[in-house]
Design a protein around this ligand. Sequence first.
Ligand SMILES: Cc1cc2nc3c(=O)[nH]c(=O)nc-3n(C[C@H](O)[C@H](O)[C@H](O)COP(=O)(O)OP(=O)(O)OC[C@H]3O[C@@H](n4cnc5c(N)ncnc54)[C@H](O)[C@@H]3O)c2cc1C
Length: 490
Amino acid sequence: MTRRTVVVVGAGPAGLAAADTALAAGADVALLDAADRPGGQYHRMLPEAYGARAPQAIQHGHHAFTRRAHRVLDHPRCSWWAGAEVWALERPEPGTVAPPKVHVLSAAPRGPRRRHVLAPDALVLATGAHDRVLPFPGWDLPGVYTAGAAQALAKGERLAVGDRVVVAGTGPFLLPVAVSLLEAGSTVIEVVEAGERVRVARGWLDHPWELGAQAGKSGELLSLATALARRRVPYRFGRAVVAARGDGRVEEVVTAAVRTDWSVVPGTERTTAVDAVCVGHGFTPRLELAVAAGCALRPGPGGASTDVFVGVDGDQATSAPGVYACGEITGIAGAPAARTEGALAGWLAAGGAPDARSLAALRRRRDQGRAFARRLADAHPIGSGWPGWLRPDTVVCRCEETDYATVRAAAEDATAGEARVAKLATRAGLGPCQGRICGPTVAELRRLHGAPQPPGPPTAPVDPGPQHRPLAAPIRLGELARPSVEESGP
Ligand SMILES: Cc1cc2nc3c(=O)[nH]c(=O)nc-3n(C[C@H](O)[C@H](O)[C@H](O)COP(=O)(O)OP(=O)(O)OC[C@H]3O[C@@H](n4cnc5c(N)ncnc54)[C@H](O)[C@@H]3O)c2cc1C
């Protein structure tokens, strides 16, 4: 009997777990990641060349991760594609039931990247999320970082983004960011969480027995909160960074008390001298490949119309034949939940027995992870009043420098039509990041300013018609012109 071939895209907690169980189920596995090392965002490691004495510092679950990484990468049936970016998925001909072909750009030591095409029996998407940031006046000044970027520099390079830093936004991710900054040598002046203390506490403390199921994550958050308390870093609820100012780079931030809907309470503004500010308002799933594969999407637990994830069934299978999804693209619930989903997806994608005894426990943990995602969304919703922080000239799309006044005018113009037309008119979302950063913000502003809305969230599979963007990642024309290598299997 020929072995099944499984391609896993993304080697974060979810993808690595998927590769592990797919190998255990007997498949040949190709594990691909655009990064040079496995681990994804959570297990971001110092480069080996640094020769760090304690590379595991500020890494939770480091030993379990390195054991799994070795088991997977050293496995004779696993091919590990480091620095390999999946730039397109090619859907099968209509009427053919097969997963899409996987178009990969692999790193070459010198010269242009090489193009490869993989045709697996099953595809597991584990592409994770990137951090979301709401705009405010001055957020485009040098020295203003997304919380994720600051975290990546602190964890992956031990680089502090500044000496005097304010960390702001919403969600438990602010905790590891503040602690990593302290470890990297910054003074964290304060952490400001826009959510009200009561709302956050109610979100987390309702049904406390459910948290027991996520003991690892809860324990991690508690140890981070303790680390902040020990260093006497104030953690303020119901406040937000509403402006950053400076001559050529950030020199001060304005924080203000905000109401439940995040509108500013007049007279509560306070100015603090800083040389960096790190802001994060949750995460946005990286859906490009799932959309390219034709997977149906579903609304997130928060219920916001811009909040959508890949829809999966009880087996982590998407609506696209042979395509499975796991980790943060199916819901934001942290690394342990991503690992559990990955383990299920990998096993089933590889044709592992659906009634294996260990699956019952995995399914139970996966459901607990989904409950955790709902709790996270309940405790840290984004208030609808944040556009009150904006001025007409506040940049909304940084790539194209489109300001708030332009986005608002297009939303209010009854003749401007649907989002795609407004996009061409305002250019918001057309720059190099292709709307990854500004997309949810522009969609939310358009909704708030009365632009015509699609009926409900975009949950249907995206039709590969003229709106379908075939490229999931930038590719040079020279690379496109070179012939690709058809791989016979992973
Ligand atoms: C910048 C950032 C930092 C974070 N730091 C922390 C932290 O310190 N602590 C914490 O609790 N949570 C952190 N998180 C949340 C964290 O992402 C999750 O809890 C966890 O890592 C999710 O696992 P995952 O496997 O779903 O995705 P990820 O860990 O994000 O892994 C996805 C992987 O897919 C790869 N990928 C994506 N698209 C492609 C493509 N087209 N081709 C090839 N490879 C691709 C990426 O390179 C990445 O390695 C962070 C999130 C972000 C965005």
